[in-house]
Every structure is written in structure tokens, then in C-alpha cells.
Design a binder for this molecule. Sequence first.
Ligand code: ADP
Ligand code: MG
Length: 744
Amino acid sequence: MIRRFLEKPGSVDIAPFERTVAAAGALADRARDLSLEELREMAAGGVGSAEFCAAVREVADRTLGERPFDVQLVGTLAMLSGNVVEMATGEGKTLAGALAAAGFALRGKSVHAMSVNDYLARRDAEWMAPFYTAMNLTVGWIAEASTPEERRAAYACDITYANVSEIGFDLLRDRLATDPEATVQPVPQVALVDEADSVLVDEARVPLVLAGATDAGAAVPEIAALVRRLSRGYHFEIDDEGRNVFLTAKGTDTVESALGISLYDHPGTVTEVNLALHAHALLVRDVDYIVRDGRVQLVNASRGRVAQLQRWPDGLQAAVEAKEKLAPSDTGEILDSITIQGLLTRYPEICGMTGTAVAVGENLREFYKLKVAVIAPNRPCVREDEPDRIYPSLIDKELALADEIVAQHATGRPILIGTLDVAESESLAKELRSRGLEPVVLNAKNDAEEAAIIARAGELGALTVSTQMAGRGTDIRLGSPEVAELGGLLVIGTGRHPSSRLDDQLRGRSGRQGDPGRSVFFVSGEDDLLKAYLPDETLPKADKDGRIRDKQAAYLVGHAQRIAEGVNTEIHRNTWRYTRVLEEQRARLLDHRDRILYGDAGAEALREARPERYRELVEQSSEEAVATAARQIVLFHLDRCWTDHLGYFADLREGIHLRALGRLSPIDEFNREALPAYRKLLEEIEKRSTASFDALDLSSPLAEQGLKRPSATWTYLVSENPFGSDWDRVLRRVSSALRGRKKG
Ligand code: ADP
Ligand code: MG
């Protein structure tokens, strides 16, 4: 016990929780005889105590027909203490989380229960509703299609279930409200995060964006056409990790003579060329994106799914549209944006649950000051995790994989195959069909539909091919005792992921609640993971049957994965260094904004700055009319200036990356400029507001006095993938283009 504790820095000692839960066991009989009313009192008497545990267990049993196991209650207590709990797939985290949410609510806090998609938010809210109702607590859920009224009603509940991005979008939209009545979201109190490692770490850097309509941005078909004629190795090079592409001296000459300009004097064109080159050489159709209905749709690499709302930063989106010869989609001005990490750190209390937390324990501590509580399964896991099957080439691997699937499927054993992307799913399915099999293919296009399909993946003879996270959060039960006799669900990974957690999540689909099961990954020396992170290594020789069994091979695969994880953390850390400054300024500015929106800070500021003018206007109309106009004026300029400030920061960051060539520390440089920029922002708001106030004509609408707000707004997520932010890559390429140029 002590050794386990010492070996995992950042993990929480759960012994005190276990003692409380043991004491709760002794209260079970007493709880059974109590009325709901009495149980509610018992729970509210001491949230987190043995009485609380015994009471909520009894209420859950009566209302949901599921009596929480001891391990679930330990998880509940660990969450109530503000930790991230690690509980394996199928252990019943939904219920453990609901008991914790009820505890927070009894302490008088409202809880945002965050899930990874709309389907799960609604499912969990509806599933747990009878329990909450019996506890006299209200519960609501939000989905993408929810109206403002529905959102307001859901947020007014004690517990609100929603996809994390919906919560972020509501925050951003509220941010622009000019009337307190128009806001939907209350002040954040408790965030209870499901799939906590995905949300808090993998997607932490994803910016949620609120955009407003402007003139369409310029996609450059000529440059796309020019880049299409360039060849790798001659005109451009791709770095070893496959993350950056840059023009060679030859390529630069070709581009310059084709465009008739010197690139060094045209940094804007350098950016356009690099965006086009990035779209051309690094983004692969059907892997990174698909083209459907004349539109580019991103495939979220970390989830292997088509992400409806996601797009790249505007320039890159336009470059890919130009590459595919599509009409440019609407572009807009970014009015405001916040990262998922920025959104979460607004909550004074955070806790969460996931099957894979320990591996990101360090990140959770560094970025959120969260600790991990490791909870053993209710019944021991007997799944066999086979060592990787490693082959020299991709072809060898694919043949062995198909052979294994055919052989296993012949026994009737259910098989779930996890692929790394949509293209791989499709090509594997094609291969299997050519061998007379009929796999079901899931690409995470429709969460509800796919949840129903994956729930049946454990039935006799089931053969399911699925991208990493299609149907996530859905329990796979074994279809019959016969399936258990066949060894349970067989999970096959077609390649190791860039993080061991993603591997573990796939394995965890099998062997739930002590079920039998098996997992195995197929790997080849030509897999992206190895090519990208260990480009100079070659795997040892294969045996006669074509498989590599040398221990060194397994070591190299694990090593490549650890490098990938390290690179990813470093990028996360670096992005956060930049965004944190902005998030802090954002929070401060929003405090001002709230005082203007909900109070009289706008009117007071203008009365102080222009007392005569203020009096004059009041005489013309009324105190109230002037106060209202003052509020609208200051809000308008505050929002406008913030949008400009964001743009300034984006430029600043870009410029600083270029300046980094001059060996200044980029982050220090950035921070040095950030504070004066913020002061200037405040001055600018004041200056513009007083100018508008001086010119104010109370008899005509403000929109006609230069205070016109965006006619339409929309929200989206900027694409993220485990290989780094596209934007970072673009910036790095701009730098390397210039660097190459200077050298040449
Ligand atoms: P997780 O999110 O941990 O993977 P879920 O919350 O989806 O797991 O629950 C998995 C399954 O276990 C569900 O079918 C649920 O009904 C069942 N379950 C959870 N808790 C209990 C319990 N205490 N007794 C019986 N079944 C339970
Ligand atoms: Mg779950």
C-alpha cells in the first residue's frame, strides 16, 4: 500500500475514503428502513460522511435499481474532495459521478457535469434523473440544438449535464450580451469532468471560438495551383517528424519567379505559400480531412472522427479549400476565443473521472493542481493483454491482421478492431469484405446511432471496425455465456497510438467487470509512430514466419510512444504559457464588463469623464435614457477593442516567433509586451467611449452612430491533433522559410 502510494507521485491516499465507505456498510440496514425524506436528511447532514454514503447508496438503489458498490462510493468521496479518479471502463463512473454531483449540490453548489458529446450528456442526465429527483435536486442537459430558453432552464438546475464545448460556447455568447436578460450561464462553481484526461489534457489547447460576420477571407487559388506543381525533395522538404514543411532554396526561387516578387520582402505571401504548402504536403485527404457535400470536414485525429464543428485556423482552412478546388466557406472575424483549459480553470472546484488518469498525473498537477485517486476495480480484471505483434512492413502487418481476424471470427468470438483513422477503417473493411466477412464500420458520425451499435459489439459473431473513440462511453456487455466461453471480447488495435492512454482506452473496451477478454496490437516498422519519432532506427530482423520477436523491437515501439507523449506535453506547456497571459487579461476585463452590464459602471465612468455633457444629455432626455446609452457605448467599445486586442496578440505571437531567430526568449518577449498592450486596451476603450459619448445623438439608434454590432455570430472549435497545433506548425514554417532564405 505504502509502496503503491510512493511510486505514484501526485496520487491521493484513498485509505480514509475506504474507511468511511466501510463504516457506511454498517449503516446499510438502518438506511433501508428510512423514508426518502429521512434519507435526504441523513445525506445532507454531512456530505462526505459514512451517513452520506449509506443514504445516497440507498436512494440510488431504490430509484435506479443499481446499488453502488464500495469502490464507486470511494470514487464519489475522492471526487467530492476535488480529485480526478481513475476507475476502469465499465466500473460505473456515471453513477459514482452522480453521487458526487448530488453531494456538491447538497453543499449548495451548482455542478456542471461535462461530457465529451451531446449524446452522453443527455443519456447521463436522463439516466440519473430519478436519483436526483428523489434527492430533491434538479437536473438538466444541453445539446447543440438547445435554444437559449432551454439552456437557461438547464443552467438553473442544481446539476447541468453538457458537452464541454457547449458550455464554452455559452460562455462566449454571454460574453457579448448587452442585456443581462440575454445571458444564459450563471457564475461557474463546480466542474465534474467525465473522460477527464481527454478534456483536461488532450483537448486542453483547443480554442473555442466565437466569430462574427465580415467580408469573406481571401483563399488564393493561384498559389494552390503553383504549390501543386512543386515536388518534395527538390522544391520543398518535410522534416523528420512530418510536422513541418519548408521551401528549399530551389523552391523559393521557383515561387519567386512564378509570382514575380521577392518573398523576403513579402512576409504575407510567405505565409500564404506556407499555408498552401502545408495543405498540399502535410494534410492528407481521408486521413486529416474528408471532402463531403463540397465541403472540407476535419477528422479529429485524437478521436478518429469527423468533427462537425471543427475547422482549422482561417488561413489554413482556406488553403485546404483551395487545394481541393472548393468554394471558400464563410470566414469571419474572431470576436472572442477561450481554450478548454481556460474555460475549466474558471471553476473554483474541479474534479473528474476517467479510465486513464495516472499516465497524465503530472499534467493534471502542473496545469490544474489536481491529484489522481486510483480505485481498484470492483472485480479483478482478467483480460489478457498480449504483447504487440510486430512486423517489418505495413503489408506484412496488414496480411497478418486480416488472417488473424478471419481465424478468430470463424470461432464466433466477437471482435472489436480499433483503427487510427477513417481511411484505415475503410481500407481494412474493404480487405475483410474481399475475404467474405461483413464488418460493421463506425466512424463516429452519429454518436447516438453508433452507441447502439457498439453496445452490441460483444455479441456472438460480432465484427466491428471502429475509429478510436466511436461509441465512447458505451458499455460493451458480452452477449451470452457462450461468448464468455470463447474467451470474451477480442480487441485488436491496428497500430499503437501516439499515447499509451489511447491504447489503454481501446484495451479497456474488453474485460469489463471481471469479464474474460483479450487485447492485442499489430505494429509495423513502417507505422507513422515509428517513422515520425524514431526515423533513424531500424527494427531487428523478423523470424521465418515474418514476425519480429526480438525484445529490442518492443522497446523501440514503446520508446517512440514515449517520445510522442513528451513532445505533446511540451507543446501543451508552451501553448499554455502564451494563452495564460491572455486568459488572465480576459478574466480581468470581464470583471469590468460585468460591472457595466449588471451595474452602472459605464454611466459612472462617462459621468466622471464628461460631467457637463452628461448633465446636458440628461436635461434633453432622462437619467435612465442616458445611463442606458452609456452602458451600450462602453460595452460596444470594450467588445470591439477586445477583438482588436486578440488580433494584436495573434500578430504579436507570430512576430515573436520570427524574432526568436534573433535568440530572444520568445515567451519573455511576449510577456514584456502583453502588459503595455493591456493598458493600451483600457485607455483605448475610454478614449473611444468618451468620443462616442461626445457625439451621441439620443434621438437616433446607436447602430447608426458607428456602433454597429456583428450581424451574425457563430461558434466553432479550432482543430487540434496530438501532433501539435496546426497554427504552431504554420508559425514554425514561416520561421524556417525565412531561416532557409537567410542562409541561402
Ligand atoms: P463507465 O463510465 O465507468 O465505463 P458506466 O457508468 O457506463 O461505466 O456503467 C457501466 C455499466 O455498469 C452500466 O450498464 C451500468 O448500468 C452498470 N452499473 C454501474 N453501477 C452499477 C452497480 N452498482 N450495480 C450494477 N450495475 C451497475
Ligand atoms: Mg463512462
